[in-house]
Unconditional design. Structure first.
Length: 151
């Protein structure tokens, strides 16, 4: 028996409130939604934009739905695994591949509809309607150096 158990008479799991996990995402029950210029249809695994349609794998669609439902909040890797893989133990590659596929989709319109941000050591966030600022600091540094050289 630990000192904590002796002082409270409870095991740690009895003292810690259970964390409420959102339900697993069932794609057949998810409504269609708009994401910038895309129309997302979870029940048919389709994403459409201006006469163009793409199909996503079920897990990739579940990740997109979970991130969209978070409405700009950060979801941890564990949150996504709980909701999209029903809490099963999966390798990091499974989630990385799903996020990579969604980033590839976002690039089809240069990120104008959405981008997926990585929040280091925390998780992921979906931002709607923001073009990525790739290399923004590089452009600023080059501009600064050119002005410095010119005089």
């Amino acid at each position: 028996m630990t000192a904590m158990q002796m002082s409270t008479g409870l095991h740690w799991s009895e003292r810690t409130p259970a964390r409420a996990h959102p339900a697993a995402i069932v794609l057949a029950h998810q409504p269609d939604f708009s994401l910038g210029g895309f129309t997302v249809q979870p029940s048919t695994l389709e994403v459409a934009r201006a006469g163009w349609t793409d199909s996503l794998e079920p897990r990739v669609m579940q990740v997109l739905v979970a991130l969209n439902q978070a409405r700009g909040a950060v979801l941890s890797r564990d949150d996504l695994i709980t909701r999209c893989w029903d809490g099963r133990v999966v390798g990091e590659d499974a989630l990385n591949r799903a996020i990579g596929r969604l980033r590839k989709l976002a690039k089809t319109d240069q990120g104008a509809s959405f981008v997926i941000e990585t929040i280091p050591r925390v998780g992921y966030r979906l931002r709607q309607g923001q073009a990525p600022q790739a290399g923004g600091w590089r452009k600023a540094a080059i501009t600064f150096l050119c002005k410095l050289i010119e005089g």
